[in-house]
Design a protein. Structure first.
Ligand code: MOS
Length: 711
C-alpha cells in the first residue's frame, strides 16, 4: 500500500492507486469479532450507568377485559422498590397510530401478556419480587384466540405487508383448473413461530437535560427514535438511540417494541436511569411472532408438467389493536408462470398479541406451501421436481408483466442438482433404505425480493490519511459493519485498513433498519455515493474534508423492474422406520443473490436461514391453549428449535451473478432467502423417504407413526 493517498490526495488518481479496489468479494471475519469473543462488546443493558435502576414488566393475566383495580401497596412496601407504574399513574403518551405501544395508558386489556404495569427497583431481584406482589383485578370478557378457516371474523384486508394488493387474478383460474389433465388441491398449515434472538429485547433509558438517551436492542435506531419522538411528543433531535452491538433480531426487533417504551416511561417517572430486559419466557409474548397460516394451493398442469393454473388462498391472524397482514401468497405471484392465476389473503382479528416480522415474513410460509404443492404436482405428472421447476421458469415476472433484472433460478436448480448428486435419484417414495432408516431427498425453489430503501451517510478524509464513514446502519450479528467497510474501501479506492466505520447510533446519518434483506443494498448505496463525492472534493481541497450523501431521490427514482434473489434448496433426510424420527443427513442450497460482498458472513447468513428452515420443518411450534388464550410452551425447554446436533451437514453456495441494475454495490441481499423453501424441501424429502405427506408443520414423530406399518 502506498502511503500517498487519501488524506493528502491531490488527485483522484492518487486515491485510486492507493487501494487495490478488491475488498468487496473477499472473505473477512467480522470487525467486531474480537470484542465479542472477549466480552468487551457492550449490549443494551451492559453499559455502566450511575444510579441505574431496574424495571420488571407485569403481564396481564387475562386475555380480554378491563383492569378494575391495581393494588400496589405490597409491592411498594417491598425492599428496594421505587415505583409501580400502571395506567393510573404512568406518564402520558400521545394517542397516535402506535396503538400497540400505547402502554400503561388505559385500563383495557387486548391480549394475555399485554404489559399492564412496570415495577422499578434498585436491583433486578427487587423489581422481580415487586412485580410478583402487584395485585391487579380485572373484568374479563370472552375471547377468541384460535385461527380457523371458517372463523366468522375473516375479512379481506385493504392490502398485505408491506403494500401489496390483498388479492390478484389473471385469466380464469376456475376454468383453467377445471380443464387441466393434472391437478393438485392441497391445504397446508403452519403454526405460530417465536423469534428467539440470543439477546432478548432490552433497553437502558435515561433522561438527561431534557434529552432521552436510550441503549436499545433493535434492528434500527433511526426508526426507534422516530417512534419514541411520536409517543413522547418530542423533537427527534432530543432523543438518541444507540445499538452498537445487537444479539440477533430476525425481524422481531425491526421496530420499537414494548421494552423501550416501558423503560423510557419508567425512567421519566422515577427520574433515574432504568434498565429493562425481557426474560426468555417473555419473548413468547408481545414482541411479535410469525402468524399461524392456513394455505390452500391449487395447481394445474398439462401432461408435460407446464403449469396452466395456479391459485393460492392464505389465511392468517392479526390482533384487535393493529392490523398486521402477512403477505403469505405474494411469493406465488412471481415465482412460476401460468396463464390462469389467482391469489387471496384473508385475515381475522383475534384477542392475541400482534404478529410481527420473522425471517422472510410472507415468503417463508408461502414458499412452504407452494413448493410443497409443486412437489405434489411433479409426482402427479410423473416428472422430476427439478425438471418441472425448470420447465416453468419465466424471464418475465408473471405478476408485473415485465422482465426480471436477473433471475437464475434455473442456474441454482442445475448447480444444486449437480453438487447434491440429484441425477440418479429414484423418484419412487420408500425406494431407499439403510437398516431401520428410510432415506429420501427433496428439492424446493426459493426467492426473496431485492429491495433498497433511501439512506444517508457521510465520508470524511482525515489529515493522517485515514477515512471515517458514518451511517446509522445496524449490525445485528450479520456482518453488516464489515460489509459496509469493504464497500467503502473500494469506493474510496484505499486499503480497508485505512477506513473506520461508525454505525449503530441515531445521531449518525439516518439509515433504514436491518430488515427485509435490504440493509447492505440500502446502506452501501449511500456509502458509495458519499465516498464518490468525497473523492471529488479531495481533488479540489486536500486535507480534512467531509462529504455527505442522501439516496432518497436516487432510490425513489429507481426504475421498477422486478428484482429478486433466487435459490434452490436440496435436502436428504432419514426417517426411523419404527419411531418416525426424522434426521437430516444433509442440506445444500445454491443461491443467486447478486454480488457477494463478504463470503464469510454471507455463508453464515445463508446456512443460518437454512437451519431456521429446518427448525420450522421439524421442531418449532407455538402451542396455544384456547382456555388461557396464550402459548403454553414459552421457553426453550418446551419450544423446540434445531440445535447443532440436528444439522449434520449444511452447505451454501452461490452463483457468480452480476446485475448492474440493482444498486452501486450490485447486491441483492441474503439475510432471508436461506429460510425460503427449506421447510418444503424437508417435507418433500420426508415424503420421498416414507410416502407420507405431512401438510401441517412441524413434521413430528406422531405424524409419521404409520411409517412402519406401510413398510
Ligand atoms: Mo427481517 S424479518 O425483514 O428483519
Amino acid at each position: 500500500m502506498s502511503d500517498d493517498a487519501a488524506g493528502r490526495a491531490g488527485s483522484d488518481d492518487t486515491v485510486g492507486r492507493a487501494g487495490s479496489g478488491d475488498a468487496v468479494g473477499r472473505a473477512h471475519p467480522r470487525l467486531e469479532g474480537p470484542e465479542k469473543v472477549t466480552g468487551t462488546a457492550r449490549y443494551a443493558v451492559e453499559y455502566p450507568v450511575d444510579g441505574v435502576t431496574y424495571g420488571w414488566a407485569v403481564p396481564s393475566a387475562v386475555v380480554r377485559g378491563r383492569i378494575t383495580r391495581v393494588d400496589t401497596a405490597a409491592a411498594l412496601a417491598s425492599p428496594g422498590v421505587l415505583a409501580v407504574l400502571h395506567h393510573g399513574n404512568a406518564p402520558r403518551l400521545a394517542p397516535g397510530p402506535e396503538r400497540e405501544l400505547w402502554l400503561l395508558q388505559e385500563p383495557a386489556v387486548h391480549y394475555r401478556g399485554q404489559y399492564v404495569a412496570v415495577v422499578v427497583a434498585t436491583s433486578l431481584e427487587a423489581a422481580r419480587e415487586g412485580a410478583r406482589l402487584v395485585r391487579i383485578d380485572y373484568d374479563a370478557g370472552p375471547h377468541s384466540t384460535v385461527l380457523t378457516d371458517d372463523h366468522p371474523g375473516l375479512y379481506k384486508p385493504d392490502h398485505v405487508n408491506p403494500s401489496y394488493p390483498a388479492d390478484t387474478a389473471e385469466g380464469d383460474f376456475d376454468a383453467g383448473y377445471a380443464a387441466a389433465p393434472v391437478r393438485v388441491d392441497t391445504t397446508y398449515r403452519t403454526p405460530a413461530y417465536h423469534n428467539n434472538p440470543m439477546e432478548p429485547h432490552a433497553t437502558t433509558a435515561h433522561w438527561h437535560d431534557g434529552r432521552l438517551l436510550v441503549h436499545d436492542s433493535t434492528q434500527g435506531t433511526s426508526s426507534v427514535r422516530a417512534t419514541l419522538a411520536e409517543l413522547f411528543e418530542l423533537p427527534p433531535e432530543s432523543i438518541r438511540v444507540v445499538a452498537e452491538h445487537v444479539g440477533g433480531g430476525f425481524g422481531s426487533k425491526g421496530y420499537a417494541k414494548a421494552p423501550v417504551v416501558l423503560a423510557a416511561l419508567a425512567a421519566r417517572h422515577v427520574d433515574r436511569p432504568v434498565r429493562l430486559a425481557l426474560t426468555r419466557q417473555q419473548l413468547f409474548g408481545p414482541i411479535g411472532y410469525r402468524t399461524p397460516t392456513i394455505q390452500r394451493v391449487r395447481l394445474a398442469a398439462d401432461t408435460d408438467g407446464r403449469l396452466t393454473a395456479i391459485c393460492h388462498d392464505a389465511i392468517s391472524q392479526t390482533s384487535t389493536i393493529r392490523e398486521f397482514a402477512e403477505q403469505t401468497a405474494v411469493y406465488t405471484r412471481s415465482m412460476y408462470a401460468a396463464p390462469h392465476r389467482r391469489t387471496t389473503h384473508r385475515l381475522v382479528r383475534l384477542d392475541v398479541p400482534t404478529p410481527f416480522w420473522m425471517r422472510a415474513p410472507g415468503e417463508c410460509p408461502g414458499a412452504y406451501a407452494l413448493e410443497s404443492a409443486v412437489d405434489e404436482l411433479a409426482i402427479a405428472a410423473g416428472i422430476d421436481p427439478v425438471e418441472l421447476r425448470v420447465r416453468n421458469d419465466t424471464a418475465v415476472d408473471p405478476d408485473q408483466g415485465r422482465p426480471f433484472t436477473s433471475r437464475n433460478l434455473v442456474g441454482c436448480l442445475r448447480e444444486g442438482a449437480r453438487r447434491f448428486g440429484w441425477a440418479d435419484r429414484n423418484p419412487s417414495p420408500r425406494s431407499r433404505r439403510d437398516g431401520r432408516w428410510l432415506i429420501g431427498t427433496g428439492v424446493a425453489g426459493s426467492s426473496y425480493p431485492a429491495r433498497a430503501r433511501p439512506s444517508s451517510a457521510t465520508a470524511t478524509a482525515r489529515p493522517d490519511g485515514g477515512f471515517l464513514v458514518r451511517i446509522n446502519a445496524t449490525d445485528i450479528g450479520t456482518g453488516a459493519r464489515t460489509a459496509i467497510w469493504q464497500v467503502a474501501a473500494d469506493a474510496l479506492g484505499v486499503p480497508p485498513e485505512r477506513v473506520e466505520i461508525r454505525i449503530g447510533d441515531s445521531d449518525l446519518p439516518t439509515a433504514p433498519v436491518a430488515g427485509g434483506s435490504m440493509g447492505t443494498a440500502s446502506w452501501s448505496w449511500a456509502v458509495v455515493r458519499a465516498c464518490q463525492s468525497l473523492r471529488e472534493k479531495l481533488r479540489d481541497s486536500p486535507g480534512e474534508v467531509t462529504a455527505e450523501a442522501d439516496t432518497t431521490d436516487e432510490v425513489g427514482n429507481q426504475p421498477a423492474r422486478p428484482r429478486y434473489a433466487y435459490g434452490a434448496q436440496f435436502v436428504e433426510v432419514r426417517v426411523d422406520v419404527d419411531t418416525g424420527e426424522v434426521r437430516l443427513n444433509r442440506m445444500l442450497g445454491v443461491f443467486a443473490a447478486g454480488r457477494v460482498v463478504n463470503p464469510t458472513t454471507a455463508r453464515s447468513q445463508l446456512i443460518g436461514g437454512m437451519t431456521m428452515g429446518l427448525s420450522m420443518a421439524l421442531h418449532e411450534e407455538g402451542l396455544l391453549d384456547e382456555r388461557y388464550g396464550d402459548w403454553v410452551n414459552h421457553d426453550l425447554a418446551t419450544y423446540h428449535i434445531t440445535g447443532c446436533a440436528d444439522v449434520e451437514s449444511v452447505e451454501a453456495y452461490w452463483l457468480d451473478e452480476q446485475d448492474d441494475e440493482l444498486n452501486p454495490a450490485g447486491v441483492k441481499g441474503l439475510g432471508e432467502i436461506g429460510i425460503v423453501g427449506t421447510a418444503a424441501a424437508v417435507a418433500n424429502a420426508v415424503h420421498h423417504a416414507t410416502g407420507v405427506r405431512v401438510r401441517d408443520l412441524p413434521i413430528r414423530l406422531d405424524k409419521l407413526i404409520g411409517v412402519s406399518s406401510l413398510a
